[in-house]
Design a protein. Structure first.
Length: 316
């Protein structure tokens, strides 16, 4: 990796379920006053982690233990590393896990006096970070009543059936917009360590697959169906702009109470103009799209290439 190459990510995906429920409010979608909904960076990172573990067979630091139980950070580190006393815990986790070299880690190694006896903290911020995501469109929340019927305990020789009712929240449709950044210098002192840097580069190569396919693979009751729509990644030399979300605009139809992806939902004019202005700093542009917008993206690729912007399309 060339030093000081920073990347910005813009990712859109759609949901017809509950993309990120709020556990403090009956797991309802995180509705804002303007009728859009929020998704947290934790949700996005969980999607990436779960795909890396379940499909790619990677070991995660932020995960349950081998028996499926919740654990503290130092317990999880011990399960992965073994004895962590006197070791560089972060260096070990970078080599042995998928998520620590990407998202960082925080581990407190407690002293022999126990939890009240203090300890040493090992911390890495992590090169890959995401901001809060938000829906492009205004969202209608659906709240159907759900029920279940089970056989209860025997009472006087008879089995009694019970019906239970619960609340369930979903969205009619949401097109969600997520902004991310990759800054290898966030590895801190580990950036100058060839083994640590090489490990980061190796797992970072899998980031797109984990985000794109991980979103599509979330076949759970609260997440299905979801679909990846558009991914744009811009690599800059020795600078960060952090403005990729404002360089792509969405059609007015998509900003209302949309019920699906409209025809030509994205406006790339500002993106093209800005990348041309920054051409000396742009090292590469990577783009992926769903079939619905493939023709629009082919035109975008053609226009960028005509301006000598290094760009390639990723097969999905």
């Amino acid at each position: 990796m060339t030093k000081n190459i920073n990347k910005e990510i813009l990712f859109y995906y759609e949901s017809r379920q509950n993309p990120n429920g709020d556990p403090g409010f009956e797991n309802q979608p995180r509705l804002m006053p303007d009728d859009t909904i929020l998704i947290t960076d934790v949700r996005i990172k969980r999607t990436i982690r779960d795909y890396a573990r379940d499909v790619l067979g990677e070991t995660l630091f932020v995960d349950y233990d081998k028996d499926g139980n919740a654990v503290t950070a130092d317990q999880r580190a011990k399960e992965i590393i073994g004895n962590i006393k006197g070791k560089d815990v972060i260096a070990e986790l970078i080599q042995l896990t998928f998520d620590a070299p990407l998202f960082g880690a925080l581990v407190t190694v407690r002293s022999d006096k126990g939890e009240d006896g203090g300890g040493d903290s090992h911390k890495l911020t992590g090169p890959v970070q995401f901001g809060l995501g938000r829906s492009v469109n205004k969202v209608r929340i659906i709240n159907p009543t759900i029920s279940g019927r089970f056989v209860g305990k025997k009472n006087e020789g008879q089995e009694k059936q019970y019906s239970t009712f619960g609340k369930f929240y979903s969205v009619e449709y949401a097109l969600l917009k997520v902004h991310g950044a990759i800054n290898p210098m966030n590895l801190g002192k580990y950036y100058s360590d060839n083994e640590a840097r090489n490990r980061f580069e190796k797992v970072e190569e899998k980031l797109f697959e984990c985000l794109w396919k991980g979103t599509n693979n979330l076949v759970t009751r609260s997440k299905f169906p979801q679909r990846s729509i558009l991914y744009i990644e811009v690599s800059y030399d020795s600078t960060s702009y952090n403005d990729l979300p404002v360089l792509v605009n969405e059609s007015q139809d998509m900003k209302q109470f949309a019920t699906g992806l409209s025809k030509s939902p994205f406006d790339f004019e500002r993106l093209i103009g800005t990348l041309v202005e920054r051409k000396s700093r742009v090292k590469n542009v990577k783009i992926a799209s769903c079939d619905d917008i493939r023709e629009d993206v082919k035109l975008l690729l053609s226009r960028l290439r005509s301006k000598q912007i290094p760009v390639h399309e990723v097969e999905c």
